[in-house]
Design a protein around this ligand. Structure first.
Ligand code: NAP
Length: 276
């Protein structure tokens, strides 16, 4: 599995697994558990979740699925903005740890920006790191100006920004991705197959068919073309997990890349960061 460096040098897999909408349907539970376990076996050992997902249901599913192999994967969770304060972050983190059945998170993110000052969130995150509850911290859905504000407020210990990024959401290429790259901070692309919608795209289907791949694989390979980029597709079936894993090894030709550039043009100017 290809890896990406966190600040400080720790390596994490470039392709991980998302869990939004998992753990909410009893009829899908055993498939979801099998999918997560298979993904870890195949090297997709970064698992992304949040206290928000099913109000704890996704974290509980991960606990059930992977508690016995906890040392083999890198666990990411996120706090609601209203919990990202000096007074509340520790309790939110401990509740996530209980649901996940573990004693530490590898990475804890502010899910999106709310009314708590970014400097206060950074301080609360650093306190959790000192206490051994989390190993790294970062943010999600923060645009360039928010990142500048975070760093100016003492938040330069931030390890990653998790953002909406795929072929149809290329806005971050204008200034946010260059800002992160200049500081050697990885970006984590969420909804890399646009929640499944990219699978039906005609350009992707044509390219995929010509190279014996699937549209989801082409979309993932395109996202992973940038160094310093981690992608976290969510797959609830073993077939999708296997397909996504193989996308890491898919090399797109210059011709395929040109066709994708034409169908999904890069931003011409600054665009506000989009969110799902
Ligand atoms: P996504 O990963 O782009 O798409 C997930 C959908 O695509 C599911 O319906 C899945 O179906 C389908 N899919 C996956 N692999 C496929 C394949 N090979 N072929 C066809 N369909 C495939 O969207 P997402 O779940 O929104 O984003 C991924 C993760 O990012 C989330 O789960 C979550 O962990 C994180 N996220 C974070 C934020 C944030 O604000 N920080 C926001 C959104 C998402 P099956 O389930 O049937 O396999």
């Amino acid at each position: 599995m290809r890896t990406v460096s966190l600040p400080g040098g720790e390596q994490v897999p470039a392709l991980g697994q998302g869990t939004w909408m998992m753990g909410e349907r009893p009829d899908r539970r055993s498939d979801e558990i099998a999918a997560l376990r298979l993904g870890v076996d195949l090297g997709m050992t970064l698992i992304d979740t949040a206290e928000m997902y099913g109000e704890g249901a996704a974290e509980e599913l991960i606990g059930e699925a992977l508690r016995d192999v906890r040392d083999t994967f890198f666990l990411v969770s996120k706090a609601y903005p209203q919990n990202a304060s000096r007074a509340r972050l520790r309790a939110a983190c401990e509740a996530s740890l209980r649901r996940l059945g573990t004693d530490r998170l590898d990475l804890y993110l502010l899910h999106w920006r709310g009314s708590v000052p970014l400097g206060e969130t950074a301080e609360a995150m650093e306190a959790l790191r000192t206490a051994g509850k989390i190993r790294h911290w970062g943010v999600s859905n923060l645009d360039t100006r928010d990142m500048e504000e975070l760093f100016a407020a003492g938040g330069d210990g931030c390890a990653v920004d998790q953002i909406l990024y795929n072929l149809t959401r290329r806005g971050p290429e204008h200034d946010l991705l260059p800002w992160l790259e200049a500081r050697a901070l990885p970006a984590m692309a969420y909804s890399p197959v646009e929640q499944g919608r990219l699978v039906a795209d005609t350009t992707l289907r044509r390219i995929a068919e010509a190279i014996g791949a699937t549209p989801a694989q082409v979309a993932l390979a395109w996202t992973l073309r940038r160094s310093g980029m981690i992608a976290i597709p969510k797959a609830g079936t073993a077939a999708h997990v296997r397909e996504n894993r193989a996308a890491v090894d898919l090399a797109l030709s210059a011709e395929d890349m040109a066709a994708l550039e034409a169908a999904f043009p890069p931003p011409r100017g600054r665009r506000p960061l989009e969110m799902l």
